[in-house]
Design a protein around this ligand. Sequence first.
Ligand SMILES: [Ca+2]
Length: 293
Amino acid sequence: VIGAFLLACTGTAAVSAQTIAYWRFEGDSTAFLSDSSGNGRTLTALNSVEQLALPASGAGSAFFDPVPRTGAANLSAAHKTIYGATTNEASRTFLRAADADAFTSNTVTVEALVNFAQRPTTNTLVFVAGHFTSTGNQRGYAMIVNNQSNLLGVALSADGANATQYFSDFTIANGKDYYFGVSINLTAATAQERSVTFFLQNLTDGGELLSQTVTGISQSALFNAASAFGIGAQGNGNSSENWSGLIDEVRVSNVALSANQLLVAIPEPSSAAALLGLAGLGFAATRRRRTAC
Ligand SMILES: [Ca+2]
């Protein structure tokens, strides 16, 4: 079994060309903002974003190892410590990476592990991650949660000035560990064929990986925003108000990933058994260990 497991690790590329950025928040207090994709998109942490060792219980304890995709254990996350109303960027707590054209294509997937501690109730949206800034009409795309409906969604803009919001039926609660994914595919000729697929797994409650595809996407391209890539807020720090909590394993891909390509994905038992000679159950149990391989 050990030999087969090593084969699983080495047989899966840690980083592929389709990975534009991958922030894992691992390493020491200076390294944790680096980009594991090898593309050098180091984050800047603004206003009380801390590195937090994942605990044995409570918030973040169900964040998983993205094994075998990286081969390195998931030991820590980013912690947004400030919650509450803010009136200026200087007091908003978020992370950002410098603008790059590579963040924009007609197929994009954004993934993250999230545990909201507190979200605003008076404003509409919180921003999870995206290439999106309202200032100067530099809106591209962003993974969002609506604070009234509590639904996971995405905001997309074709011109930078106007963004359309699309939502899943997935309800997000505070205080739970989640895997979020949104896979955007604007390559089809008609709106009826263009799609956004949402992925959600409630890690705290041991739920299954859920997916929902929304079609009828009016735009056929994403605006190439002159914006930092923002995590926890827009790229310029704007959002409704601060949310506090944990975010981890933020990956951006320039393709519309399918379910079996996600950080959270577990190979189908049949394919895993065929490729690796493993029972599906054994493989699934092995990949969830919080250990490096
Ligand atoms: Ca991590």
